[in-house]
Design a protein around this ligand. Structure first.
Ligand code: AMP
Ligand code: MG
Length: 484
């Protein structure tokens, strides 16, 4: 059996047995490699030289797993749209933890690989479109410099999947620094056994936050470090106009990586209340709500972790509350600094917050495209487009130009800063939709073209590519679906 360089050292299964269930991966009839991430494979120390497409298809469909892979699914719970539910990997199998040559430990996981102990009424399968959406968007976030799980391969299975219509089946291979979620802690807390929650706290600290191992009050420090990671993550999402769409507590990692790309999308015109998900009727996961939801989810994490504390709980509780409340303060500070960087400001002065909000207000009122507006401004010259032929914008632009003079660095540095944080290429939702439709009918060329285009999102381009254009009215995609 070929082993392709995989080197497994799986530790998750040393946790109490409630945390996982071992299960076989069912074979698929006709696996075909749709997309394989060679660059990621190389970075992971994997070697597929001399390996045929069929070898890869057999591997990434589970028909032939490498030596040392011991498939299991993880138990977790979650607040879904505010309501607590017991969940678990209903259609995912972990192969185990692969150690890459630098020593980093990575989970390798199948999504769409069949029923598990946690499938409830689901079929355990996934359709090609949603798996390719995860591949495209996760790789895009990675290229944009945003912490995320990654995608190693998508294989079509040759099996039809029954949804509202019959769809081609597929399996995604996901790579993550771990799959420990806020929901994993909620699951542990629901076991009514202090030792279960304590074992998860210890495991998580060893795996993700080893600096805490010998510290006092490490439970509180864990809450703080996860809070800081989540602040950074959400600030990055806001920077590029990313809407996750289903920020349930089971879809929030402890590592700070973006996970579970369901109805996610990037917004085109700036709208703080923007929602894509077809099921988010209450706008719970709207663009501007993302920081508030993250804070709410972290409160659920803190409640769960506190159940693992033995003594002094009356002293610890207010400190934990303080950490969660701090989220808003830390977030606001980092968000302002980020928005400042989008406008080429190296530090913030008194009136900068007003300057930022005035631009956002103008963008909202004028249906300005989020990505394009900031990239247009990144040359620090008056942008040429009909939308900017507007008095209110002109006055704002003059104020901004005056403000730029207070930077302690040359204008060129401000321009470089802006071009490093304001992408010109994002996978726009209408393009993603076209790519997925083509893929469903067997044409993968639009997919590979898009993957090339999103590779260098900050690069200056000599001509406008079709990926920079806004959707025409008839191309707009207003709703996205979970694809479960
Ligand atoms: P998600 O919305 O992808 O985060 O999924 C929420 C929960 O539903 C998770 O526990 C999934 O494992 C489970 N799930 C989603 N789709 C399926 C499916 N087709 N079969 C079984 N479980 C599923
Ligand atoms: Mg999920």
């Amino acid at each position: 059996m070929k082993n392709f360089g995989f080197s497994f050292d799986t530790t998750y299964t040393t946790l109490p047995k409630q945390f996982f269930s071992e299960s076989e991966i069912s074979k698929v009839p006709d696996p075909k490699t749709v997309i394989f991430n060679k660059e990621l494979a190389d970075n992971m120390g994997l070697d597929f030289s001399g390996c045929s497409d069929l070898d890869k298809a057999n591997l990434f469909s589970g028909n032939q797993l490498p030596l040392g892979a011991t498939p299991f699914s993880q138990a977790y719970a979650g607040h879904q749209f505010g309501y607590f539910t017991m969940l678990g990997d209903g259609r995912a199998h972990l192969w185990g933890e692969h150690i890459i040559p630098s020593g980093t430990r990575l989970d390798i996981q199948f999504k769409g690989s069949g029923r598990t102990a946690y499938s409830r009424n689901g079929d355990g399968k996934a359709a090609l479109g949603p798996m390719l959406r995860e591949y495209i968007i996760s790789e895009s976030l990675f290229n944009l410099g945003i912490s995320t799980t990654r995608s190693l391969a998508v294989v079509s299975t040759g099996e039809p999947i029954m949804r509202e219509m019959v769809l081609p089946g597929a399996i995604l291979t996901r790579v993550a620094s771990s799959h420990i979620r806020v929901g994993t802690f909620e699951f542990a807390a629901a076991q009514s056994d202090k030792n279960v929650i304590k074992s998860l706290i210890e495991y998580t600290i060893n795996r993700h936050y080893p600096s805490l191992i010998n510290k006092d009050n490490k439970e509180l420090s864990l809450i703080r470090l996860v809070m800081e990671k989540q602040v950074d993550l959400i600030v990055h999402w806001m920077r590029v106009g990313f809407i996750h769409g289903v920020m349930n507590t089971d879809n929030m990692t402890i590592s700070g990586e973006t996970i579970d790309y369901g109805p996610c999308a990037f917004m085109d015109t700036y709208d703080p209340n923007k929602v894509f998900s077809s099921i988010d009727h209450g706008r719970r996961y709207a663009y501007d709500n993302q920081p508030k939801v993250a804070q709410w989810n972290l409160a659920r994490l803190a409640e769960s972790i506190l159940l693992g504390i033995e003594s002094n709980i009356e002293k610890v509780l207010p400190v934990a509350e303080g950490i969660i409340n701090e989220f808003s303060v830390v977030y606001k500070k980092k968000w302002l600094a980020m928005m400042g960087s989008k406008l080429g400001l190296f530090f913030l002065r008194k009136d900068d917050e007003k300057l930022i909000y005035e631009l956002l207000d103008w963008m909202e009122k004028n249906n300005a495209d989020f990505t394009k507006t900031f990239r247009d401004l990144s040359n620090a010259t008056y942008p040429h487009s009909k939308i900017y032929d507007d008095n209110q914008f002109r006055q704002w632009f003059d104020r901004w130009q005056n403000r730029l003079k207070y930077n302690d660095r040359a204008l060129q540095s401000a321009i470089s800063l802006m071009k490093s944080v304001n992408p010109n290429i994002i996978p726009r939702n209408h393009i993603v939709d076209q790519v997925l439709k083509s893929a469903d009918s067997g044409d993968f060329k639009p997919l590979s073209d898009l993957l090339i285009a999103i590779k260098e999102p900050y690069k200056d381009r000599t001509s406008i590519s079709k990926y920079e254009n806004l959707p025409k009215p008839n191309e707009q995609i207003l709703h996205t679906y979970c694809g479960t």
